[in-house]
Design a protein around this ligand. Sequence first.
Ligand code: ZN
Length: 454
Amino acid sequence: MTPTLFRATFMHTPSSPFTDAGALRTETDGGLLVDGSGVIVQSGDFATLHAAHPDTPVTTLRGGVLLPGFIDTHVHYPQVRVIGGLGMSLLDWLDRCALPEEARLADAPYARAVTSEFLHGLRSNGTTTALVFGAHFKGAMDLFFEAAADAGLRTVAGLVVSDRLLRGELHTTPERAYSEGKALIERWHGVGRARYAVTPRFSLSASEGILDACAALMTEYSDVHFTSHINENLREVQTVRELFPGSLDYLDTYDRAGLLGRRSVLAHSVHPTDRELGQMAAHGCSAAHCPCSNASLGSGLFPLRRHVHAGVHVALGTDVGGGTGFSMLKEGLQAYFTQQLLGAAGLPLTPAHLLYLSTRAGAEALDMGGQIGDFSPGKAFDAVWLRPPEGSTLDTVLNHASSPPEALAALFANGTQADVAQVWVGGDRVYVRSGVPAAAPQVTAADPPPVLSS
Ligand SMILES: [Zn+2]
């Protein structure tokens, strides 16, 4: 790309609001100087940066707010067409909605179409990086990685493996899980913006043999990621206990196999024991909190306070299609609701927390905190410009916001896919809402600030 000075109202959280009361950084008339490789080299107020770099072309994002690209740490690619299966709890929903659909991805044309729909869902909602729960078929994963590269998104994804209690066509063997995983890692891990995640579906559907095959891959390729589900639903937890009588608890089924570490992300964790939280913290694992899914499937209210106090890192995931859509704004709002509903056991969340959980926290969960997650110099320019259509409710509320935190709260309370105007990954524009100009003309520092006069 051409080096560019972006002018916008922007907000980001380079540190965690759980430990730093001043984590939210805002510029009402901000500048982000992005070099030819798509990396932010300077970040600050526009006038200062423009004076220092008068010859650098300026792109003005007038109105709305620029945020770091959203990072979704738990989302199922094969489930985009079954979003909205209401009225069931986890195991019934899997049987009736998710697994029959996932079986259809054995068909390559079907998988190709679903891949395209899924990736559109991510980028049109401002998600620039995702830890993607894949398909049970190697062919469908090759199609996914090819399409994700074309879409320009950062993805961490892997073949999902299971050998019991699902449907026969979704089962594999430990030998095949290893050989197909190895082939996918060799072809895709570290290529472009793709990374590989070793992905047993959950201990309920994975024998010790499958978990050992996963561990063999992680030993052989020490920098791959690991993801699975944990402690989502009480019936699931009880079944896992019966299937692994020698394990201390659900976490221990993964721990004994050697699957836990800094690059492990465990989805849900709604019903953890104190021992499990202590062990998750000791391993440096992260929890992917999926509040819309937890509410929709009636799984429970996520104990965020216990995770934070135990030192377990938490990020957000949409859990499409148990979740209700791709919007990380909606997920942030639901995370806030969940803590409100927990009363004294909840952890009150500010707008800064919601931004952190949907951006920077995800980068840290994926061990990518040095590259993405905020607008500090040295980070890739991964960004979402939220620019509500004129006259929309969000537009009205933003125009009357008297401070950046108020504007941020308005974005989470009112924002939807319709407000995502443009999205960049590594400086490459990967999404433009129809009707939004592809490039704003060059402007001078004399132009008025974009929004939120201070
Ligand atoms: Zn899931």
